[in-house]
Design a protein around this ligand. Structure first.
Ligand SMILES: [Fe+2]
Ligand SMILES: [Fe+2]
Length: 325
């Protein structure tokens, strides 16, 4: 049996200034605050970012990849994305931005090479929180090349067994605004949609992995939670995705978005994928349920099948992430 491990973080929510409400200057941003969505809009806490960097370094020998499932910045404008980039890559061209935001040290080089990431809805925000911003694709080009589609994020081979991690971006696209399938305003801010190129590419890439190795473990990485029942934050047509995962023998789906974690849950179908949701790892705001966490997920692969389990969970408390039972 081969073991692979994934360090899973989500919803880092970097913003140009720490703890910033990225759309505060916008009328819609103010309305969102009034609608009780303040927490989901708050930017990063530099203390949590530093703590994440430290723990990711300390644990480096214990994981194969460090997966970040979207909302890496609070807004898709370049000035916010650049802060996230400075943290993840230590890119000197963004160092001044990092200094302004008090990031502390970025991820170490040995952690950086393990990073795999994909965008979330906030990373796709244009002005007024409308979807479809493609600035992320340029800012994180060395990590994410699929645009609003799908790509293989990791190919692992150990003791003859394989793990593939395939990521997909189900953020709304600009054309959805004029579509009657998606309601205006709040629905466009927090919802995702399973359709179009992202689903097609996710299926095709997954089937290509299966053709290469019928016994491989396959994990999907997406931003939106396919199990949430929250209307404003739902992944529309999620049942299509869950059925597809069951049909293709996907072992696990790793996601974030709702800003609270839960224990691994199986989605709707016998033999379906186990869904692992991570909370908001470095966001300033701490949700009432969930807190800021990251988690270590273990994938066991044998010639006859694969299974995914939650190995460890870490919560942020007073300057560091601590292991909790
Ligand atoms: Fe988020
Ligand atoms: Fe999100």
């Amino acid at each position: 049996m081969a073991k692979f491990r994934i360090l899973h973080a989500s919803d880092l929510h970097f913003s140009m200034q720490p703890r910033q409400i990225a759309m505060l200057d916008d009328p819609i941003g103010l309305l969102q605050m009034r609608a009780g969505m303040y927490g989901l809009l708050a930017g990063h806490d530099p203390l949590k970012a530093a703590a994440l960097s430290n723990l990711a370094s300390d644990l480096r020998k214990k994981y194969d990849i460090f997966l970040i499932t979207g909302d890496i910045a609070t807004h898709g404008a370049r000035e916010h994305l650049d802060v996230a980039r400075a943290f993840i890559t230590g890119d000197p061209t963004a160092a001044s931005v990092a200094a302004v935001s008090g990031l502390g040290r970025p991820l170490s080089d040995e952690v950086k090479v393990a990073v795999r990431l994909l965008p979330g809805n906030h990373d796709r925000y244009t002005r007024f929180g409308l979807p479809g911003n493609r600035e992320f694709d340029d800012c994180f080009a060395e990590f994410w090349r699929a645009g609003q589609g799908a790509q293989i994020l990791y190919r692992g081979l150990r003791e003859g067994q394989r793990l593939f991690v395939v990521g997909a971006d189900f953020s709304l696209r600009a054309e959805h605004i004029s579509s009657r399938r998606v309601l205006p305003f709040l629905d466009t801010l927090g919802q995702g949609l399973v359709d179009g190129p992202a689903l097609r590419e996710l299926r095709e890439l997954t089937m290509s992995c299966r053709r290469l190795d019928a016994a491989a473990a396959i994990v999907w990485a997406i931003h939106f939670d396919p199990l949430t029942t929250s209307g404003a934050l739902q992944l529309r047509r999620r049942r299509v995705l869950l059925r597809c995962a069951a049909d293709l023998g996907v072992s696990a789906i790793l996601c974030g978005h709702v800003h609270g974690y839960y224990s691994p849950s199986r989605g709707g179908h016998t033999g379906g994928a186990v869904v692992f949701r991570c909370g908001s790892t470095t966001q300033h705001f701490v949700p009432a349920k969930g807190g800021c966490n990251l988690q270590l997920i273990e994938i066991d692969v044998t010639p006859t099948g694969a299974s995914a389990t939650l190995r460890r969970r870490y919560h942020y408390r007073q300057g560091k992430f601590e292991h909790v039972a």
